[in-house]
Design a protein around this ligand. Sequence first.
Ligand SMILES: [Zn+2]
Length: 169
Amino acid sequence: MASSRAGAILKRGFLRRCPVCGRGHLFKHWTKMVARCPRCAYHFHRAPGQWLGSWFLNVCLAQMIGVLFLIIAVIAAWPEPVGAGVAVGAVLVTALWVLFFFPFSRTIWCAIDLAMKPLDFGDDVAPGFELQDEIDTFLAEQTRAGTPESEQERAEHPPGDAEDGKAPS
Ligand SMILES: [Zn+2]
């Protein structure tokens, strides 16, 4: 249940959609993201340093793509050595990847963030767009919040105690 929810959220991220409601068109242009979702009002910048994660994701993947490019170039040219042009090509491919993947890195990171940290009231999501799982979790917490008192009472006054107390008389 929880994994299918995370899967649905991540899928929205990979499609450059809002992780909460699935709305697309979240970018004014390729690298300029709107602050809030036009449909559900979800605030994408949830915490200071929010975009460090998306940068990390993007740069790590870009480096992997650059190295992959070099490996393919070396294998293709084997046994001849590769020229300096290949190094320039690797740098270009890496830079282009960073640019290409930028919006995906943003929405994927938003999805990862939401999957790890469920919605709360501070996210200001419009009524009706809360995820059902979040509502279920909230209700479950409310129910659980009521139980510790009765459990504590039971621990302090176990049914056996009362009987033992009455037994001598
Ligand atoms: Zn939304």
